[in-house]
Design a protein around this ligand. Sequence first.
Ligand code: MLT
Length: 323
Amino acid sequence: MRRMILAVLLALLAPGGHAKADNFPSRQITMIVPFSAGGPTDAMARILAERMRTTLGQNILIENVTGAGGSLGVGRVVRSPPDGYTINVGHLGTNVANGAIYNLGYDLVTDLEPVVMLPSNPMVIVSKNAIPAKTLPELLAWLRAKPTPPTAGTAGAGSGSHIAGLYFEKVTGIKLQYVPYRGTAPALTDLVAGQIDIIIDQTSNSISQIRAGTIRAYAVTDDKRVESAQDIPTTDEAGLKGFHMTLWSGLWVPKDTPKDAVAKLNAAAVEAMNDPVVRQKFERLGLEIPRKDQLTPEALGAWQKSEIAKWWPMIKAANVKIE
Ligand code: MLT
């Protein structure tokens, strides 16, 4: 009997000293969303998780772990068991920018395994309706004329909306006063209420308020218009040529997670992104599904490294002070 138990234990141990995950997943999976519920990262995660459950045959719990530009939520995943049951839903801010701003206590590349790239979208420059500007040049003039720095809502230092703000400051020379929230859902609520002046927000987050006319959109940070928001000009068309930024997202798991667990999570996410109902939901939010060749774990890993090389110099030069 003892020999049989030993044989089973050895069979479970894959090379690399961790248990294989042949029967993965055998219980509920947790997706950590590092921003507040109702925001763009949360919305994307919930659409994806709902369809991934079908493929994986297990419930996927969305847990919002907020704070510090999303770095607390990512840290929770880094410190969780490497078994595939805890997933980091992240993006350019959490899994690239935060590494240039915070003393994270973990390495965004070596302490996480990439699983799959998720849909991306450009940012959109939006303002409260009280600002009497109809075009981007008029908005820039209003912002420049304001006696105090215009207020810009973000999801915290290092968030996508914050990085977009730093980039906006760099290209326009307009100094912003950042107002941090636990996500861009509460930031948007304050923009609609006129409590802050602007957000450079994920299009997917602001698009419903833009359509409702409760906030004003000036341009999307891309060289082509968003398929489902053709009435919003690009920054190139609106007079801020070359101010382009794509907010991409992805899934990661702790390093040393068994390869077959990573493969199963990847396959379930890819199947979800190929589902016509899911694609329609993403496209309506202005989200673009990655190309097939971008959907391997290696592709996300390579992309993340290239984005670190691209964004860290500007972020570090901004010398962001964490309050
Ligand atoms: C960001 O600005 O990083 C995200 O849009 C925040 C969020 O998903 O709430």
